[in-house]
Design a protein around this ligand. Structure first.
Ligand code: NI
Length: 201
């Protein structure tokens, strides 16, 4: 999920499709854009919790920070596995740095409406109504099961990232008219060579 506290950023040519070099050991993955089929298929359950997975988790956090995101799901870096990372504090509060493996939403309460964006749909932001308090059950990088409840932006991130793992994007929560406008804009960007894919039909 894109950082809602940040102003809308302009899409730079190739900026979201290229691999970024980093000084740390972390691998910064390029973010997959809307139109890539990996974003619209259900991800696979994680069954192996090893060092390789934990390295991937570190890389996902760094890739998310590098893209100015507060949530990132593995399909967004081209990996069709049920893995997401969330940090709505954007490095400010360590307790908000969360790994969600095989997450399941177990409870939703209340309602909130606010602007939502996605790293796979940069420059687009729409109001989305979601539950305001959400409990998710998931596993950590060692396979340990836990349950956690988030409110506001965190609740929104739980739902947004879990949606990704079902092959669902936030634009499925906006009106058909708004979705169509977004798709037409992406078609134009694709024609201009500024978006890698044609929007799926
Ligand atoms: Ni997203």
């Amino acid at each position: 999920m894109a950082d809602t506290a940040q102003p809308r950023r302009k899409l730079k040519r190739g900026g979201y499709n290229s691999t970024v070099e980093t000084k740390t050991k972390a691998k910064i993955y390029p973010i997959v854009l809307y139109g890539d089929p990996v974003l619209e298929k259900p991800a696979e359950t994680v069954t192996v919790f090893d060092e390789e997975l934990r390295t991937l988790l570190d890389d996902m956090f760094e890739s998310m920070y590098s893209a100015h995101g507060v949530g990132l799901a593995a399909p967004q870096i081209g990996i069709a596995k049920r893995i997401a990372v969330v940090d709505c504090s954007f490095k400010e509060r360590p307790e908000e740095r969360m790994v969600l493996i095989n997450p399941v939403i177990v409870k939703q309460e209340g309602k909130q409406t606010s602007g939502e964006g996605c790293l796979s749909l940069p420059v687009f932001r729409e109001n989305v109504t979601r539950a305001n308090r959400v409990t998710v059950r998931a596993q950590d990088g060692y396979g340990k099961e836990f349950e956690t409840t988030g409110e506001g932006l965190t609740a929104r991130a739980f739902l947004h990232e879990t949606d990704h793992l079902h092959g669902k994007l936030f634009i499925s929560h906006v009106s058909a008219l708004k979705r169509d406008i977004i798709r037409r804009k992406i078609k134009k960007l694709a024609k201009a060579g500024e978006w890698k894919y044609e929007p799926p039909e």
